[in-house]
Design a protein around this ligand. Structure first.
Ligand SMILES: CC(C)(COP(=O)(O)OP(=O)(O)OC[C@H]1O[C@@H](n2cnc3c(N)ncnc32)[C@H](O)[C@@H]1OP(=O)(O)O)[C@@H](O)C(=O)NCCC(=O)NCCS
Length: 180
């Protein structure tokens, strides 16, 4: 099973079928925190979606197309980090992340994004990783900035938040931007 340490007591690891209940519980506790800027993740709290998500994520990991990992602190799931389109012919993947509200403010998302970014450049045929943050999502913007992603521009009305179109900022990091 894939697992990597990215900080003191902080691990990125694949979600396994046995994690479904814990994931669902964290997402239920964070429904309000996640629904504005991470609605697809927030929805996984419903019904058997967490189970289906984990099963599908493992299948995609096996095919080398996506990587969905849990951010685990001292054995507890406190968030998630994902890379999509790892096998894009343009070598252009996309990063997403979230944290349990109670685990924010300590740099965990930044450490996870830095760790996963380096890992993907090392092990996958990826040259560019992009991240899209809602213009109003300053916490998320700060994470990608700290992780070394550069601002590229604003995509107008390119996503929906609570049913309303919103502008998204586009960020990227290239394999050549990583120094160590
Ligand atoms: C986006 C999100 C993950 C950011 O969480 P966060 O806790 O602000 O981010 P980090 O874990 O990197 O922590 C950064 C904070 O810890 C502080 N910090 C402490 N030690 C730190 C360290 N070693 N490294 C970096 N930051 C550190 C920073 O100063 C910052 O504090 P501040 O918020 O007071 O400025 C969180 O708000 C979230 O889950 N939001 C909902 C889902 C979402 O928007 N996802 C992104 C979609 S693109």
């Amino acid at each position: 099973m894939f697992s990597a340490n990215v900080g003191e007591g902080l691990e990125l690891r694949l979600l396994l079928p046995g994690d479904a209940l814990e994931l669902k519980t964290v997402l239920q506790e964070n429904a309000e925190h996640l629904e504005r800027f991470a609605p697809l993740i927030a929805e996984l709290r419903n019904g058997n979606r967490a189970e289906i998500f984990i099963r599908t994520a493992l299948e995609y990991f096996g095919k080398g197309t996506e990587m969905n990992v849990a951010i685990v602190e001292h054995g507890r799931i406190v968030g998630g980090c994902a890379l999509a389109r790892l096998n894009s012919p343009r070598q252009d993947a996309e990063m997403g992340f979230w944290l349990d509200a109670q685990s924010t403010g300590r740099g965990l998302a930044t450490m996870a994004v830095i760790g996963l970014t380096k890992l993907v450049f090392r092990h996958y045929p990826v040259y560019r990783i992009k991240a899209r943050t809602a213009v109003a999502n300053t916490a998320s913007e700060a994470v990608v900035r700290r992780a070394g992603y550069l601002f590229e521009g604003t995509e107008r009305a390119s996503s929906l938040s609570l049913g309303q179109p919103i502008d998204m900022n586009l960020w990227s990091i290239l394999a050549t931007d990583i120094k160590d």
